[in-house]
Design a binder for this molecule. Structure first.
Ligand SMILES: [Fe+2]
Ligand SMILES: [Fe+2]
Length: 323
């Protein structure tokens, strides 16, 4: 079984790899290796001087949210996932992900130490702005439920708690909150600003799309091995988590861009949030909720490559984990 109470006696080597998809994602992730200082930011510094206060504020708050959340994702992996994953290929893939999250933090450090962003404001915002803190708390609540081996992965409740943490970490934090941020970050490039920062975001998006695939595959595998946990009630709980995340993100975007920037207002950004949340719902096998068009067409080409899988409301016929 994919989840268990991990023992130090478990075989730590890649023999009899059971979850080939994890090894493939690991190899792909390693092939994607990059470092932030490969991209110089001089032109972006010149752009900064001609940006409006609202635009600067949006970039600052972008850093304020992403920088701590990269670390929170790693806490979720270390405290909420490692204690229950026995297969070395899964652990190695997550260890690689943890390196990438550190690399993302160092990327934001690199940007903040190059462009004259108010670092103190950027560092404090995740505690000072209630709408930002609410998103972080949403994630931490699910990590808290799992930490230090608190759940029994041989029970339905334990497995459901584990799945909810994957939904909170990989699917909502990385797959909805981050994509909303990427869309705003990449809008600067669409308007001819911060294009090197945009290139760094492209690399982060490529990494995050693999993290999202890992999370989706993990949920799928758990449900294949334990179909009894996918009750109607549990499916409803997961769906409601996604809808709740859209509320949190909508409230946050009203703080992030109260007046509108770069020709976008809050409504535009929130329509993208609804669009991406519907994609995540569909990937999990749910009916979409919002049924809106993608207002940010330039994001359709971004590496948002998760294949459709039907976890909760339809049979899995077209998707094979080892396919
Ligand atoms: Fe990240
Ligand atoms: Fe990530």
């Amino acid at each position: 079984m994919i989840l268990k109470k991990v023992s130090l006696q478990d075989d730590p080597q890649l023999v009899n790899v059971k979850y080939e998809w994890a090894r493939e994602l690991l190899e792909q992730a390693i092939a994607n290796t990059w470092f932030p200082n490969e991209i110089p930011l001089q032109e972006d510094m010149a752009d900064w001087d001609r940006m409006t206060d609202e635009e600067k504020q949006a970039v600052t708050l972008f850093m304020s949210f992403f920088n701590p959340q990269e670390f929170r994702v790693n806490q979720s992996i270390a405290m909420g996932m490692y204690p229950y994953l026995g297969s070395p290929e899964l652990v190695m893939c997550l260890t690689r992900q943890m390196w990438e999250e550190v690399n993302h933090s160092l990327t934001f450090e690199y940007v903040m130490s190059t462009i004259p962003i108010d670092r103190e404001a950027a560092f404090n915002a995740h505690n000072d702005i209630p709408e930002m803190k609410a998103k972080e708390d949403f994630l931490l609540e699910h990590v808290e439920a799992l930490r230090d081996g608190k759940i029994d992965p041989e029970t339905t409740e334990g497995l459901q708690a584990f799945v909810k943490n994957i939904v909170a970490t990989n699917i909502i934090t990385e797959g909805i909150f981050f994509y909303s941020g990427f869309m705003i970050g990449l809008s600067f490039r669409q308007r001819g600003l911060m294009k090197n920062f945009g290139s760094l975001i492209d690399w982060v998006v490529r990494d995050e799309s693999l993290h999202l695939q890992f999370g989706m595959n993990l949920v799928l595998t758990i449900l294949e091995e334990h179909p009894e946990i996918a009750t109607a009630e549990f499916a409803q709980e997961v769906r409601e988590m996604i809808l709740k995340s859209v509320e949190l993100e909508t409230a946050y975007n009203e703080v992030l861009i109260p007046k509108g920037i770069l020709g976008m207002n809050c409504k535009f950004v929130n329509q993208y949030v609804q669009f991406i949340a519907d994609r995540r719902l569909e990937e999990l096998g749910f009916e979409p909720e919002y049924k809106v068009a993608n207002p940010a067409k330039f994001m359709s080409a971004a590496s948002d490559t998760v294949e459709l899988v039907n976890f909760f409301e339809a049979a899995n016929t077209s998707y094979e984990v080892n396919g």
